[in-house]
Design a binder for this molecule. Structure first.
Ligand SMILES: [Mn+2]
Length: 408
């Protein structure tokens, strides 16, 4: 029996706008939060001790993090190398150079030959020896168009058709890996992907329209004891039958407000061939709180807002205050006294929304279900903006020439 810790989507170095500079260290407090949370995962791995750590991808917000962020990440994972716990670092979409292949921000671990560390930047099977026996890990990093397809093959195809073609290509590649497996050993598929049954968390905002979707049926195979996923920030099991469990641990810290209500954590599992026990282990992470109030009908909007703040628990949390208000009420708001009561929050933003603005009609031409090319979209926008009428012809011509340049 092997013990494994599976975590994912660390995104270290993101969300600095939700923190502030710690005057004692000069470092953004959100980086300190992320490091602290990651250290709890590594503590568990070492104290247990586990036989293997699997990281499901997206180490940083992009492939070129600043050195001090990279160092903060490395100094935590280094603790695993120090105690000889094998670790697989899978490459997610945020770890790749845009349009490129490979794991730009993670490949340094291979270059330096960190003992026991494997960088999963290609589809491959790794047989890993642990204190408690061998295990097979198939790595499936984030797939982009260039991974399995050539440009001429995809020319003229819609995104859905390209997606279909990619899945057809992926099928035999995975099949080849599966046939080479040793059936006596436990097997885990470690993959960074968007599965078609996944309930979207923050990734909807982070990577909208950029990637491919893999059917869950593709991941349900008797050869896999466990499918360790990364990409979606909301923890979930995509296969309630648990044959095998198909698990997103989710991000370890809240990356933005879309994760306000999600629990954060990692997965601890015990696996042997044909059997797996797993549990979600919550992490004590900083709270995010949205305070939303409509004061447009209030006689004393200031008092109503102060009341809403008073009844919310804001101490040490990341707060955003949004109040709907009529423009003629704005002079009744004393923002500096709002800031005063928000001071016990870790950080805060205050956003008044004018109700007259809220009533502004949307352009029906740009609604869901309509697809417009960029020029049509600009045309529709200009048609609805009276103040731009006199320059709309020039703008369209300029846009056309820009688009033309881009194609050349
Ligand atoms: Mn991702």
């Amino acid at each position: 029996m092997l013990k494994v810790l599976h975590l994912s989507d660390i995104h270290m170095g993101s969300g600095f706008s939700h923190g502030r500079v710690n005057p004692e260290t000069g470092v953004n407090t959100r980086l300190e939060d992320f490091v602290q949370t990651l250290s709890l995962c590594i503590d568990r791995a070492i104290n247990e001790p586990v036989d293997l750590v699997l990281f499901g991808g997206d180490a940083f917000p992009d492939a070129t993090p600043p050195p001090y962020v990279h160092e903060a990440f490395a100094s935590q994972f280094r603790r695993l190398a120090d105690v000889h716990i094998p670790t697989v670092l899978l490459v997610g979409n945020h770890d790749q150079h845009s349009q490129g292949n490979g794991g730009a921000s993670l490949s340094i671990y291979r270059t330096l030959v960190v003992p026991g560390f494997i960088v999963g930047d290609s589809i491959a099977t790794h047989r890993i020896s642990t204190r408690n026996g061998d295990i097979q890990i198939i790595t499936l990093p984030w797939l982009n168009r260039a991974t399995l397809l050539t440009r001429p093959e995809t020319e003229g195809l819609s995104l859905a058709e390209v997606n279909q073609l990619l899945i057809e290509r992926l099928q035999p590649v995975i099949e080849a890996e599966v046939r080479r497996l040793d059936p006596q050993l436990p097997t885990i598929l470690l993959a960074h992907l968007m599965a078609d049954r996944a309930n979207l968390g923050a990734e909807r905002l982070l990577a909208v329209g950029k990637g491919f979707t893999i059917p869950v049926s593709f991941l349900i195979r008797p050869e896999f004891d466990y499918v360790a996923l990364g990409h979606v920030h909301k923890h979930q099991n995509l296969n309630k039958d648990n044959n095998p469990p198909i698990i997103y641990p989710g991000s370890i810290e809240r990356v933005d407000f879309s994760e306000e209500k999600e629990d954060k954590g990692y997965i601890f599992l015990e696996v042997k061939p044909g059997s797996v026990q797993w549990e979600f282990c919550p992490l004590p992470v900083r709270s995010f709180r949205t305070i939303e109030i409509d004061v447009s009908a209030e006689e004393d909007p200031q008092k109503a807002i102060l009341g809403a703040i008073a009844s919310a628990k804001i101490e040490d949390t990341v707060v955003r205050l949004v109040y709907k208000i009529r423009s003629e009420q704005l002079e009744l708001i004393n923002t500096s006294s709002l800031y005063q009561v928000l001071k016990s929050a870790h950080s805060y933003t205050v956003r008044p929304e004018l109700v007259s603005q809220l009533a502004r009609p949307r352009l029906p031409e740009l609604g869901i279900g309509n697809t417009l090319d960029p020029l049509e979209a600009l045309q529709a926008y200009l048609d609805n903006k009276e103040d731009l009428q006199d320059i709309s012809k020039d703008m369209l011509e300029a846009a056309e020439s820009l688009l033309h340049q881009h194609q050349v």
